[in-house]
Design a protein around this ligand. Structure first.
Ligand SMILES: [Zn+2]
Length: 200
């Protein structure tokens, strides 16, 4: 969080929520602080106006600064934050590395989850074809149309997560039990938990 914005190309945030252009929805701006005297002629009491120029369409947005003093914790909560465009790390730098064994386990659990959902008529049979082609994004999108991700490791993990959520939502798997398994999952627990749910 910052106490004032620097006039450089950047993404802007209010309490971590990105500011988007009202016209074109792009998120890169050059912010400009302007000051006006509260009283005219003033005695150095000024009011800050935050404005920013959209670098896509040139529209000028104005926004408030909801920073506040947090009495309970005795600190000042700055609301505004700024991430300069030229300093941003490449997205890959932040993406977690998931080892091959874990990915293989996710894949086996995706397979098991799909089989269970198909048995309960909660998934079309064709999902297994997508599984055979490792099209986990397509599977994830079937269960959550708004799901977006580009990192293939994360897609595999999230695809499993979506299938497990479906199993819980449809009461096919007991939520408390499944959550307990996930919390203590060292390696094989989730797999045996899912295997037990497959109807013989
Ligand atoms: Zn714009």
């Amino acid at each position: 969080m910052v106490d004032h914005l620097v006039s450089e190309e950047s993404r802007l945030y209010i309490f971590k929520k990105p500011i988007l252009c009202h016209i074109c929805s792009h998120d890169i701006f050059i912010p400009i602080e302007t000051f006006t005297d509260v009283e005219k002629p003033g005695i150095q009491v000024t009011f800050v106006h935050n404005t920013a120029i959209c670098q896509q369409c040139g529209f000028v947005i104005q926004f408030g600064d909801p920073s506040y003093y947090d009495n309970e914790n005795d600190i000042y909560r700055w609301a505004l934050d700024q991430q300069f465009i030229n300093e941003q790390p490449t997205p890959e730098a932040h993406e977690p590395f998931i080892d091959a064994d874990t990915i293989a386990k996710y894949e086996r659990c995706i397979h098991l989850s799909l089989q269970i959902l198909i048995q309960h008529d909660e998934s079309p049979q064709t999902m297994l074809n997508l599984y055979d082609n490792a099209e986990y994004l397509a599977i994830a999108n079937y269960f959550d149309a708004s799901y977006e991700q580009t990192n293939s490791q994360l897609i595999t993990r999230d695809c499993l997560g979506l299938l497990l959520r479906k199993l819980m939502d449809k009461n096919i798997a007991d939520s408390d039990e499944l959550i307990k398994v996930l919390q203590h999952d060292d390696n094989m627990h989730l797999e045996s938990f899912l295997k037990a749910l497959i109807m013989k």
